[in-house]
Unconditional design. Structure first.
Length: 142
């Protein structure tokens, strides 16, 4: 029987893999801008980026800069992370936010105590550079 300690498993941070449709969104994140997809057919904004408009089925779209403010729709406090990478951060808060631009965005909420959370609380999107290619969104109190 070995008495050599076993190293704790490590995990790399899961990162998005941009697609043709989502690349402008991720490019905007890297530049510190929220870029949302707008249908060229009916003009409706959509998030997450995807190839076909769910309203008119157009496959044409453009990306436009959007405001970064919004209000909390709901949240969860994660005590048991889905990925080992996040274990050191637990517990952490993930918020679903009704953005002023008319879509809902899901991202970590930082710098807010759980006791201070309430539906309708104003927050704003901020940007965390992870490496030179990827910047991830998170929310902070407005």
């Amino acid at each position: 029987m070995s008495t050599t300690p076993v190293a704790a498993p490590t995990s790399e941070r899961p990162l998005p893999i941009p697609t043709r449709e989502s690349q402008p969104y991720w490019d905007g994140m890297r530049e510190g801008r929220l870029m949302l997809q707008h249908c060229a057919g009916c003009g409706k904004v959509r998030h997450y980026p995807r190839p076909v408009c769910p309203h008119c089925f157009s496959m044409e779209s453009t990306f436009k800069k959007a405001p970064t403010g919004g209000t909390i729709h709901t949240w969860t406090v994660c005590h048991h992370p889905f990925n080992f990478f996040f274990k050191a951060s637990a517990p952490y808060i993930v918020a679903l936010v009704d953005m002023d631009a008319g879509v809902r965005v899901n991202a970590p909420l930082r710098g807010v105590n759980e006791a201070d959370l309430k539906i309708g609380k104003r927050v704003r999107l901020d940007f965390e550079p992870v490496n030179k290619e990827v910047t991830l969104p998170f929310f902070v109190s407005d």
